[in-house]
Design a protein around this ligand. Structure first.
Ligand code: GLU
Length: 292
């Protein structure tokens, strides 16, 4: 009797599991194009034939790319990358995620450690010397995060008197921009390789502020509203692009076409609302693509 009951429970559990697995498979299939064809020799053709792709993203940024307990990153950038892979006929399971903090994004692309980068990656001329960008697919802006009870920092000008310390990440645009506002770089600007280290330094009082894009900071605030808040308004424009190897114009055009497609069919919006849209401002519409 006892055995029978156990067997029944096990059978129901198995059934529930396979139903869930089926649902999962169906979901997966939706965004993965079956056997797409591309011009022979193109990056798209090579990736589609290989059936796998290496994507550079962040692992420490809630809402954009945050590594979960399952070892896989989640967030808006991750969803965008999955949609691009799907158009290549590659399912999410066949994406190899390569952590790509700000400083190593260009070299990861140049050295072929990744096939493309989706990592809160601002498009700018200096970076375009080394890599090319599809997009933009989002526009953020630099801001400051401070302790919840801090009223002394109200914007980047608050660092001009030389008293306050601000943390950012090596190789990021906010680290360069904030240099213009601090009185003494050596004593006021603290740089780490990832933003989670800046967040920890702020929490423990080693620095007075963290500076980077508003949406990255909002991600941290959403995880610890009792400790942190934004200080002031955005003071730069940070258009996010998808980094590819310099000169790979066909791949860049393909990614732009994919962005255009997902912008129109609602998948771009869905990617946002299911990730960063949970805490960040209004849902964006896809910015005008810069097909240079
Ligand atoms: N969007 C800025 C950048 O690309 C800051 C965010 C980051 O470091 O990823 O440098």
């Amino acid at each position: 009797m006892r055995f029978q009951r156990l067997a029944a429970v096990a059978a129901i559990a198995t059934l529930a599991f396979s139903v869930a697995a089926c649902g999962g498979d169906k979901d997966k299939g939706k965004d993965v194009v079956a056997k797409p064809t591309f011009a022979a020799g193109s990056t798209m053709d090579k990736l589609a034939k290989a059936g796998k792709v290496k994507v550079g993203t962040k692992f420490d940024q809630p809402g954009f790319g945050l590594k979960g307990l399952d070892g896989k990153p989640a967030g808006f950038d991750v969803e965008i990358a999955k949609l691009i892979a799907g158009e290549l006929g590659i399912s999410a399971d066949n994406i190899e995620w390569v952590e790509s903090p700000s400083k190593v994004r260009e070299e990861n692309i140049e050295q072929g450690k990744v096939d493309f980068v989706v990592a809160t990656y601002t498009i700018n001329e200096a970076r375009k010397q080394r890599v090319d960008f599809a997009g933009p697919y989002y526009e953020a802006g630099q801001n400051l995060m401070v302790k919840k009870d801090d009223t002394s920092i109200t914007g980047p000008d608050s660092f001009k008197d030389g008293a306050k310390k601000v943390c950012s990440v090596t190789g990021s645009t906010p680290a360069t921009t904030i240099e213009k506002y601090v009185k003494d770089k050596a004593s006021q600007l603290v740089l780490f390789d990832t933003y989670d280290k800046c967040r920890d330094a702020l929490k423990s009082g080693q620095v007075d502020a963290v500076t980077t894009d508003n949406v990255i900071l909002l991600g941290y605030i959403s995880k610890d509203e009792a400790s942190f808040k934004l200080a002031g308004t955005n003071f730069t424009k940070e258009p996010y692009g998808i980094g590819v190897k310099k000169g790979d114009n066909d791949f860049r055009a393909f990614i732009n076409d994919t962005l255009d497609k997902i912008g129109k069919d609602g998948r771009y919006k869905k990617a946002w609302t299911s990730t960063a849209g949970k805490f960040a401002p209004e849902a964006p519409t896809l910015p005008t693509l810069n097909r240079y």
